[in-house]
Design a protein around this ligand. Sequence first.
Ligand code: IVH
Length: 704
Amino acid sequence: MEGDRPVEKLSEAEAQAELDRLAGLLDKANRAYYQADAPVMADAEFDALKRRNAAIEARFPALKRADSPTEQVGAPPAEGFGKIRHTVRMLSLANAFDADDLREFDARIRRYLGLKDDAPLAFTAEPKIDGLSLSLRYEAGRLIHAATRGDGETGEDVTANAATIDDIPQRLSGAPDLLEVRGEVYMRHADFQALNARAAETGKRTFANPRNAAAGSLRQLDPEITRARPLSFFAYSWGALSEALGETQMDALERLRRLGFSINPLTRLCDGLDEMLAQYREIEARRADLGYDIDGVVYKVNDLSLQGRLGFRSTTPRWAIAHKFAAETAWTVIEGIDIQVGRTGALSPVARLRPINVGGVLVSNATLHNEDYIQGRDSKGAPIREGRDIRIGDRVQVYRAGDVIPKVADVDLSARPTDARLFAFPESCPECGSPAVREPGDSVRRCTGGLICPAQAMERLKHFVSRNAFDIEGLGAKQVEAFYHDDQLPIRTPADIFTLEARDRQNVTKLRNRSGWGETSAHNLFRAIDERRRIPLHRMIFALGIRHVGETAAQLLARHFGTWHAFETCLTGPSEAAISELTAINGVGPVMAQSLIDTFANAAERRAIDDLATHLEIQDAEAPQVKDSEIAGLTLVFTGTLTRMTRAEAKARAEALGAKVAGSVSAKTDLLIAGEGAGSKATKAEALGVRVIDEDAWLDLIGA
Ligand code: IVH
């Protein structure tokens, strides 16, 4: 910094004083940033102070303070929170964008439940609050804990903070013994503006929008800071309960209101699509005057027994949907197009934009999806934007919907400058030079370099250490990038992470002496890595970053195979057998199966996986929780007509209880459920000695 004496000129006494001064400044800045969500200095200034501190420490190692700021690298606030496992998972909502999507939602529910088109089916409609969801657990009427959604299974314990919110009662009278209330924490516009005005006056960082302000304020280590930030809460749902809150969604909300929770006053009961759309328009018309942000309307089946029958898909309920408002848009100029190479080698074109404010957020990059999109057609060759292509220099319309990455939606041809440039989509990878090919039927061109491509290797590593994969504390995306380029202590494959400490021991320049690291942080990193040498099977599978294998698929695979050995044996055995075993798993299709097999058949991939596995103890998958149901593990076949539930519902019920549902009877069938008019399947089952039951026995069996 200007005016600071050069490090090499400092005497020992001056160095000591300077280290003390820097420790004070950096500590203050750290607290302001992580705990108060309101930085007191620019990032560049903070980095310069840290570099100076590290340089002095490097010159005078003996003077290094026990609480040296070099040890405080990137401690995100979330690490200070305890974790709470949700007894009932906190799910998300599927989206609808227009009346057709909504019609399909209604039709899907009717099909699933076997309801006629004209049978009454009521929905509640209420605003979708743009905040963050919170689960409040009350036992014997007392608030026991409050947890954020987190990954849906485990959230952060923010009890002390939630208790400072006026809308959240700490005691309830007349409540069920166990009651988990769920809803949205949000910040009103007036409170947001006042908070930002105070921040601006005192030179602190302001928040981009009320949602960020609400999230930053709730996720505070010091509840006094939360108290000083006015937050609000609407209840709209529940988790575990010792007794039902009512028979309908409306009754349940009314009960919550009487218990002292705020229920959104625009919640209405709608009889059918027309009323739902009318309520959508009403809420949209009032959006600007509500005094808080909403981003759509949520519809829920009103009858709770129907909600129960409809149940859940892997991450969303079948009985609810979010009808989103149209995205915020703005016009700006494309100054260039960059290519990013992703984890699976996909070359994604990214528009570099003249920065523009879109609905309160400054946008300077937006995705252009793929080469067809730039040329104005979809992957089947049909025109999009009426065939208008996009060139560098064009005036384009950018849009943002919620938190998603901004996109380029349209182009204004009348404003096209004469020197607008066509973009030549590369046919080789800009990162490693390998051919980039487009497989038939794929809309994306992919780098064929696999692990030799540094971009793919690095993105894979980032995925590997990410939250739902290995989740190694102190080794986030930023550190992965630094280690990837490090010549002395590189991490270029997942296995390298687990040899890091051993290699560090042999190195002359120890990690603890590097800029950004110290004794404690290096020690903590090695311990955090050690903690992950034992890893659950599903995390291991997800962490490999295999194309088409997301978290849900990894769970299914882990549950099916049980052990790493069984998984690996299948994938490295004859591929026809592997395909048939994999595709027999409910939720695994031929594309995912092929992708798994290809990965294990590729020598470099295989070596990287084998290397990694030698450092790990991969824990067997937990037996599914539904094991104790009578049909868990059985293979069922339905035939004939069921009168009390549709096939879709019967199948979903069976699968939720841990059974497999097959289409035809074979020696592997354990049970045939024969509805009315059952024919040849029942005969075949009897011939094979398969147990056959009727619909009533089926309903008894599943406790319906
Ligand atoms: S119901 C089982 N109702 O939207 C699903 N969610 O995009 C329960 N949200 O995670 C959610 N307003 O955080 C519901 N009126 C509302 C909502 C709402 C906002 C949030 C919630 C959810 C997210 C899904």
